[in-house]
Design a protein around this ligand. Structure first.
Ligand code: MN
Length: 275
């Protein structure tokens, strides 16, 4: 199943190639603040899903006519791993490695959706890079999650771009500008991803292939990512974890188009603009 947000925070699902608006069936308040509707839906997915597609308030929709928005707008956390592919470590000429240094965080407000542009701040002379990543969505709360239970806590996956300004300022700041975390176009539930440890992820800038790698080459693998993060912090439904970028990172500039496509997870085609 695919979960998406559209047309002003409405919630939809795609099941067996048909798409449905389940906002009214869920009794969603579109004006709720903070906007945690999708987080709450994920937390209560097992209770809410049975029968919802047959609910009289559910309507069938044409997905191609929906304006998709970032599927999770207000998670409890947005964690990310640096230096998690060997060839990326080599290209960055760094000694750090994800399994040693662990994760960092991006501001939740850096999340943006498949129809939102990447907005670059005016920082003359600075390199702003794309990082193509598989995003994990947590489905079940947990602390100190052992490796062999890690997949029980994963709700699904989505494409994620970790945008970053290279330089020496605090990493959190360089990665936290609004729109620096395109995420989507929807959440694909874990049952529809045959092997998350064998996903080919690609990113193009202006139709030129820049990144093309597979999650089988992660240094800290997906269970390891969950285990290490949950040793530090309780993971909550709706939390997002960026697993790290492979090699091929490079600069983007206003006027570029960035496309990310990951097997089984869909694709996003994003405009890059100046602030
Ligand atoms: Mn990254």
């Amino acid at each position: 199943m695919k979960l998406f947000r559209f047309n002003g925070g409405r919630i939809g699902v795609t099941s067996r190639d048909a798409s449905y608006d389940i906002t009214d069936a869920l009794g969603i308040d579109l004006k709720m603040w903070p906007p945690v509707q999708m987080v709450a839906f994920i937390a209560q997915f097992a209770e809410h899903m049975p029968g919802i597609l047959e609910n009289s308030k559910t309507t069938k929709i044409d997905l191609s006519e929906a304006r998709l928005e970032v599927p999770i707008e207000w998670p409890n956390k947005l964690l990310a791993y640096p230096a998690n592919y060997r060839l990326h470590i080599r290209e960055m000429n760094t000694k750090i490695q994800a399994n040693v240094v662990g994760f960092f965080m991006k501001a939740n407000s850096s999340l943006s959706g498949p129809n939102d542009p990447i907005v670059l701040p005016d920082l003359p002379g600075r390199d702003i890079h794309h990082e193509c990543e598989v995003g994990i969505v947590i489905g079940r709360r947990g602390r100190n999650i052992p490796r062999d239970k890690a997949f029980d806590h994963i709700f699904g996956y989505a494409c994620l771009i970790d945008v970053v300004i290279r330089g020496n300022e605090e990493r959190v700041m360089r990665k936290s500008y609004d729109s620096f975390c395109p995420f989507g176009p929807w959440i694909t539930t874990a049952d529809e991803v045959p092997n998350p440890e064998n996903l080919q992820a690609k990113l193009w800038v202006n139709n030129q292939l820049r990144q093309d790698a597979n999650t089988k080459d992660l240094i800290l693998d997906i269970p390891g990512v969950i285990e290490l993060a949950s040793r530090v912090a309780t993971l909550f439904p709706g939390d997002i974890i960026a697993t790290g970028t492979p090699e091929g990172v490079g600069p983007i500039k206003p006027g570029d188009r960035v496309r990310i496509a990951i097997e089984h997870l869909g694709e996003m085609n994003l405009e890059v603009v100046a602030a």
